[in-house]
Design a protein around this ligand. Structure first.
Ligand code: CMP
Length: 136
């Protein structure tokens, strides 16, 4: 059964020119792009997106970072798309992420870790509605 996930190429990934590589890996895997937008997030959207981290010590810095330049938001679809994309992304901490994954190949910092992917069907639905309210 097909499902959808929200993928972000964060401002560090856009600035460093890694958007093409991320999209290419998604397509090579067989997942499908169903929406895509380049935008700079307003603070309130960023805070809502990361609301589960509101009490974490890194929340302020994370919001600054994610609103600090354009990002690419996409909706990606396919069988077990949430788990499939998280496999492509690798572990949240890029130093721990396996070589061959997006984070394992491109990053060293836990905050500037290139991509975000929804972590559950509940988060995917919430995040897709936040970024693409008109997508059906
Ligand atoms: P993401 O998968 O988008 O989900 C939450 C984000 O918070 C995460 O990727 C990182 O960008 C960031 N993050 C997670 N842990 C830390 C941390 N310990 N310090 C700073 N940023 C973090």
């Amino acid at each position: 059964m097909s499902e959808r996930t929200l993928v972000l190429v964060k401002p560090d990934g856009v600035r460093r020119g890694i958007v093409g590589d991320v999209i290419s890996r998604i397509e090579r895997k067989g997942l499908k792009l169903v929406a895509l937008e380049l935008r700079t997030l307003e603070r309130d959207v960023a805070e809502t997106h990361y609301e589960e981290h509101r009490e974490k010590p890194f929340f302020g810095s994370l919001v600054e970072f994610i609103t600090g330049g354009p990002l690419v938001a996409m909706v990606v679809e396919g069988p077990r798309a949430i788990e499939a994309f998280r496999g492509l992304a690798g572990a949240t901490d890029p130093v721990a992420a396996a070589p061959g994954t997006i984070r394992g190949d491109h990053a060293l910092e836990i905050q500037e870790n290139i991509v975000h992917g929804s972590d559950s069907t509940y988060s995917a639905e919430r995040e897709i509605k936040l970024f693409f309210p008109n997508l059906f």
